[in-house]
Write a protein that binds this ligand. Sequence first.
Ligand SMILES: [Zn+2]
Length: 206
Amino acid sequence: VLPDRLRALTHLLARLPGVGEKTAQRYVLFLAGEEGALATDLGRELSALAEAVRPCERCRNLAEVDDLGHAICAICKDNRRDSALLCVVARVQDLLAVERSGAMRGRYFVLGRLLSPLDGVGPDELPLAMLAARIQQDGVKEVIVATPPSVDGEATALLLAQELAPLGVRVSRIASGVPHGGDLEFSDQITLGRAISGRRSVDVPR
Ligand SMILES: [Zn+2]
């Protein structure tokens, strides 16, 4: 009964995380009804998104593209950050969670995914060369691995400890406290702050 265009838009919106068909349809009816101005604003912002925002060239956090076509995020640009400390996270959401805890005075590196042998994600799928280059360029002394406390999160921490050992950098892992299998995104700021200050070195098995 809905016009094709609205049905197509409903299907697109339903692909967003946490949005089912019913919610998507509610949004579409809202936008097509009285909220025409909102639809126009949303359309403009969404079409500019892919060109205006890209992963940061230095850490893969999201960054706005500047006039010269470069994308450097606000954290990488911030001179007050401690260059010797680098916090490695799986996703941008995790970076935001650690940042909210206020316990990280260094910078970040976003892997994009975790090592997951069962799902066919091996070391080659992770941006390890980019991470190593970043560590050497910035003179990083300690890498804090803030991956979630899951099998994949632990495997990733161990891989990083092994791969980064030749660079002479200390690799530490956030302490437990974040519940096992839990998501960094949903742990409270105090728990996450404690997990960061209570971090321990990752021992590479010989
Ligand atoms: Zn950055």
